[in-house]
Design a protein around this ligand. Structure first.
Ligand SMILES: NC(=O)c1ccc[n+]([C@@H]2O[C@H](COP(=O)([O-])OP(=O)(O)OC[C@H]3O[C@@H](n4cnc5c(N)ncnc54)[C@H](OP(=O)(O)O)[C@@H]3O)[C@@H](O)[C@H]2O)c1
Length: 350
């Protein structure tokens, strides 16, 4: 069996943790290098007791260095914040190493848009055109030959997968799309912050970053490609009192009369070769717990004849499908493995 070795930079964050969980059971990819600035010198099992007794548990954490990563693996996952990922990604690109960047640093094709939304001056704009947006359902062929993959954001994964079939078929108006999205608290990362303390998140429900969430231009970029015209969407986010999971409810306006069965058929047909997308039968709506810790994107469709709207509901797990699992799916394609290798998880219930 062909085996590949991989590095995870930023192993102590939530997406690094999820990469450890997934790679611990991957049949073809071994995690051989894990980096952190603050936990270097420890073993993975010191930081993650869930790895005790597994081969991965005794791996020593090292400080991040592009040369060390290049010398010890076939592919690197960058699970570090945006702004910090770009220099490491550029160094690895120059060294010729295949890289999947989980941050937002290479998702947007346009430097000005990146600089404006992320309040930074992108230091490697020449790589924006080289990076492939890592959504396998839309860019699978290009991911296979990519050297640098920009792994999609969690919210954009749910929104783009939900909207793509309707936009590709001209079923909905392009000028009237509202994405009402909700995420569990792990979406904010593991670094301590007042807004994500237990008492601030549990037993309440609130909106945040209305009209200015940084995932907006990423969603607009990708759905514009699908629609074949420049789109603007209203994208607004909420914080759920749960650990993981995203549910996006997308409000669209129909361009024609259509039956629920026909909409379902249209979506099923669009995703007929996409093992990770489950289009639910008419009348069934998705839930975050039905996709928890999996690669599934569950899509529910609801026609509102009275208001002439199609409501699209899209549920994913932000850490698996919306980050680390999707990064492994891209790595599978980049390494010549089948897309689903090591990723056939059933949901964690209840
Ligand atoms: N959480 C999600 O649901 C999610 C979903 C999709 C994408 N993402 C993206 O994935 C990336 C990681 O997210 P996360 O939630 O795992 O974040 P996190 O929990 O805050 O972890 C960040 C990791 O990066 C390391 N790090 C922080 N600053 C660094 C720097 N300047 N240079 C090198 N390493 C640094 C940290 O370790 P040390 O401080 O020990 O070095 C830590 O291991 C982010 O870009 C995020 O936007 C997250």
């Amino acid at each position: 069996m062909t085996r590949f070795s991989a590095a995870v930079a930023g192993v102590t964050g939530y997406t690094g943790m999820e990469l450890c969980r997934i790679l611990a059971g991957h049949p073809n990819i071994d995690l051989t290098l894990a980096t952190s600035r603050t936990e270097a010198g420890k073993q993975l099992q010191d930081v993650y007791p869930f790895l005790r007794g597994l081969p991965l548990g005794s791996l020593a954490i090292t400080a991040p260095s592009a040369e060390t990563i290049k010398d010890s693996c076939d592919l690197a996952f960058l699970a570090v914040p945006h702004g910090a990922a770009m220099d490491l990604a550029a160094a690895l690109y120059d060294l010729g190493l295949k890289t999947v960047d989980l941050s937002a640093d290479f998702r947007l094709h346009d430097k000005k848009t990146y600089d404006a939304w992320y309040a930074l001056d992108h230091r490697h704009p020449e790589l924006l055109a080289q990076a492939v947006y890592g959504l396998p359902e839309l860019h699978g062929e290009r991911i296979k030959s990519a050297r640098l993959v920009a792994n999609p954001g969690c919210y954009p994964t749910s929104a783009i997968l939900g909207l793509a079939p309707a936009l590709a078929s001209g079923l909905v108006h392009t000028g009237d799309i509202v994405i009402d999205a909700k995420s569990g608290a792990s979406g904010a990362g593991r670094k301590p912050a007042q807004a994500t303390l237990f008492c601030e998140v549990s037993d309440t429900f609130r909106a945040y970053n209305l009209t200015k969430h940084r995932h907006t231009p990423e969603i607009e970029q990708e759905i514009s490609l699908v629609a074949g015209e420049a789109l603007t969407v209203s994208f607004n986010t909420h914080l759920l009192p749960i650990n993981r999971g995203i549910l996006s409810t997308i409000y669209t306006r129909l361009t024609r009369t259509i039956s629920p069965e026909r909409v379902h058929e249209l979506y099923e047909n669009f995703y007929k070769d996409s093992p990770f997308v489950r289009v639910l039968p008419p009348g069934c709506l998705p839930e975050t717990r039905h996709v928890r810790a999996t690669m599934f994107c569950d899509i529910g469709l609801c026609l509102d004849a009275r208001t002439n709207r199609l409501l699209i509901l899209s549920a994913i797990d932000n850490l698996c499908r919306g980050a680390s699992g999707q990064a492994v799916a891209c790595a599978n394609l980049m390494l010549g493995l089948p897309l689903t290798t090591g990723l056939n998880f059933a949901p964690l219930m209840p």
